[in-house]
Write a protein that binds this ligand. Structure first.
Ligand SMILES: NC(=O)c1ccc[n+]([C@@H]2O[C@H](COP(=O)([O-])OP(=O)(O)OC[C@H]3O[C@@H](n4cnc5c(N)ncnc54)[C@H](O)[C@@H]3O)[C@@H](O)[C@H]2O)c1
Length: 441
């Protein structure tokens, strides 16, 4: 056994096309031909940050004989910290997961190509890197016949969405379960609420209002000796190619609820946004606020707000207005006269982050093909990208044109000495999108 994680030096020489090429495989009729799941279900984690670590713990806490057997991250320090958290007892659940973790040093992989080393070792893969890499990792996972849990968003640009949609078809053909971490679909209060809205409790939905107004998230400052690619990879939230901007990375949850309630995606959007408060040198290129009006095929609108500014009105929620009443917050439905038609107390509801893993691993353990969520994840992500296209450009943007856009945000090469797609000026500042100037598509 080595005492150091493997560093994949090939990262430094391969072009992106070669590095991320995926071999097509033949059709398969049985969902699990290569592994009997009444034995151990072997899980691999790709992207060992905060969410990946949490998702791995939830997978290990799910029903079934689940073991974590391989891990991959772009950075060794992130992988090591994740491993220590999973095997330690410093977590809320305080369970000893040690017996379920068998990740020897030779199964810990570091670098842009690390994901490739994990896939042959596992049955299920958890994809929790920044969203830029999801189309690549998802395609590779399905090509390798793996069951998938992947976090939202599933891409940051339209070419990435189209790749995920194509892979989603392949996953369906192979009967591979795919769960996407839009956990409101696994949250009792939302399930109960949306079911009643779909049943017509407030009539036709004519207006939605969705919000993610919060103070913002972490910043990872530039460190001496970092290449530009390493800096952007560490501080990924602030680069659109990696994160999608916060309208995509975070507000996707609320936008997804609007699509869920409406039973489809919008047909066009227009909006506005900018950066007023979060303008420091480590805030990259993304906006700190967006407001979007999404129009659905039936002419109804959803108004979407997301803001990352401290000391302002905080709201992370959704509301819907119908011809016969309102649904002012998740779990509450009122008649037109204000009479309570439905109210759900969520105090004792299970943790949706755990439920999504419980349900996925239940299906896998039983040899069932139950979850095909990649398409829904792709449409939710694309809706948020549509909103970003509208706010960056200041234009009315049509869904079909947005989805078919060839505007790729990705670098030509994935390596720490490669040039990222955006570069700072001599003062270390990046170009900020300008409505009326920045192209939408
Ligand atoms: N569903 C939710 O509520 C929820 C909550 C938090 C985060 N997320 C999502 O989870 C994802 C990760 O977010 P996070 O908060 O854990 O971020 P994070 O920065 O803590 O973790 C991301 C990890 O991925 C690694 N990474 C980056 N590029 C990689 C690559 N090419 N190959 C392998 N590893 C790579 C990073 O080094 C880092 O360790 C994001 O898509 C985010 O939107 C979802």
């Amino acid at each position: 056994m080595n005492d150091q994680p493997k560093i994949d030096r090939r990262d430094f020489v391969k072009t992106s096309a070669a590095a991320f090429g995926v071999t097509a495989v033949g059709a398969r009729l049985s969902p699990h031909p290569s592994h009997s799941y009444d034995e151990t279900i072997r899980v691999g984690l790709i992207g060992c940050g905060g969410r990946g670590t949490g998702a791995a713990v939830q997978a290990l806490n799910a029903r079934g004989n689940v073991k974590l057997v391989a891990m991959a991250d772009a950075f060794e320090d992130r992988l090591t910290r994740s491993y220590e958290t999973i095997t330690g007892r410093d977590r809320d659940d305080r369970r000893d997961l040690g017996p379920q973790v068998d990740v020897p040093m030779e199964h810990r992989f570091v670098g842009f190509d690390a994901y490739k080393e994990v896939l042959p070792l596992v049955d299920v893969v958890i994809l929790t890197t920044p969203p830029a890499f999801r189309p690549i990792h998802f395609a590779a996972a399905i090509a390798a016949d793996k069951q998938v849990f992947m976090e939202k968003p599933v891409a940051t640009d339209a070419p990435g969405i189209r790749r995920v949609l194509a892979t989603a078809e392949e996953a369906k053909r192979k009967k591979l379960n795919v769960v996407v971490g839009l956990q409101r679909h696994y949250q009792t209060v939302y399930r109960e609420w949306v079911e009643r809205l779909h049943a017509g409790m407030i009539g036709e939905i004519v207006l939605g209002r969705v919000y993610w107004n919060s103070a913002g998230v972490w910043v990872r400052e530039r460190q001496p000796g970092q290449t530009e690619m390493e800096y952007q990879m560490r501080n990924w939230y602030y680069f659109t190619w990696l994160c999608g901007d916060h309208i995509v990375e975070q507000h996707i949850h609320n936008i997804d609820v609007a699509n869920w309630v409406k039973g489809g995606h919008p047909v066009r959007a227009q909006g506005q946004g900018g950066r007023l408060v979060r303008t420091e040198i480590d805030h990259g290129e993304i906006f700190d606020h967006h407001f979007v009006e999404f129009e659905y095929a039936d002419g109804s609108r959803t108004l979407s707000q997301c803001r990352h500014m401290p000391d302002c009105w905080h709201q992370v929620s959704e509301a819907f207005h119908g011809t016969n009443g309102t649904a002012p917050q998740p779990g509450v439905i009122l008649s037109s006269s204000g009479h309570t038609l439905f109210e759900h107390d969520d105090e004792n509801d299970p943790n949706p982050y755990q439920v999504e893993h419980d349900e996925l691993f239940e299906a896998i353990t039983n040899g069932e093909y139950t979850y095909a969520e990649a398409e829904r994840g792709a449409y939710a992500t694309m809706t948020a990208i549509l909103g970003r296209m509208a706010t960056y450009s200041g234009q009315m943007v049509e869904w079909n044109e947005a989805l078919n856009s060839d505007l790729s945000l990705m670098p030509k090469r994935y390596a720490f000495d490669a040039e990222p797609p955006v570069l700072p000026d001599e003062h270390g500042r990046y170009q900020i999108p300008t409505p009326g100037v920045t192209r939408a598509l």
